[in-house]
Design a protein around this ligand. Structure first.
Ligand SMILES: C[S@@+](CC[C@H](N)C(=O)[O-])C[C@H]1O[C@@H](n2cnc3c(N)ncnc32)[C@H](O)[C@@H]1O
Length: 145
């Protein structure tokens, strides 16, 4: 989506078995020149080589439906912190399920501020919310201003 809207460099990540689906998606949208697919296992120390090249300067992180388990969310929070710089914007869309609150609390305990940007009750998908996640250091900066 980001590449379709004009982002010049996009990295789609997931666990290894799901990468072929992401690659097909990139191909089907003719975005091979701007979007690449890379394995990223939350909680591991490995980052996609392109992120390592970029250092901490990732402009935007988009996450879709990744809050399903508090332990997994802790690993996700750890890797998010490693790619977020002061200017990084992080958005997460998710279906709100009974366990979503545990996942969100986990991120708060790791120092993320959560701002709910949108909440929508859909007949097909239930309650969908979109959050902005602000790592603590970013929050501290804005509080001081
Ligand atoms: C509920 S699916 C959402 C898939 C897709 N983003 C969407 O919105 O339809 C959760 C996704 O998180 C990924 N995931 C789960 N645990 C992970 C981990 N430890 N490291 C990386 N990705 C993980 C899964 O492979 C899966 O793609």
């Amino acid at each position: 989506m980001a590449a379709r809207l004009g982002a010049s460099r996009v990295i789609l990540t997931d666990v290894e078995p799901l990468l072929p689906g992401l690659e097909k998606n990139v191909e089907a949208n003719g975005l091979g020149n701007r979007a690449e697919v890379s394995r990223l296992v939350w909680g591991s120390d490995e980052l996609p080589s392109r992120v390592q090249e970029l250092g901490r300067v990732v402009d935007l992180v988009l996450m879709s439906d990744v809050f399903f388990d508090a332990v997994e969310t802790a690993a996700l929070g750890k890797i998010l912190k490693s790619v977020c710089g002061e200017e990084t914007v992080v958005w997460a869309a998710c279906e709100v399920r009974p366990w979503t609150g545990y996942c969100l609390n986990q991120l708060v305990s790791q120092g993320f501020e959560l701002v709910e940007l949108l909440s929508h009750l859909s007949d097909d998908f239930g309650n969908i919310s979109v959050f902005r996640l602000v790592p603590l250091a970013q929050g501290s900066v804005s509080e001081k201003e």
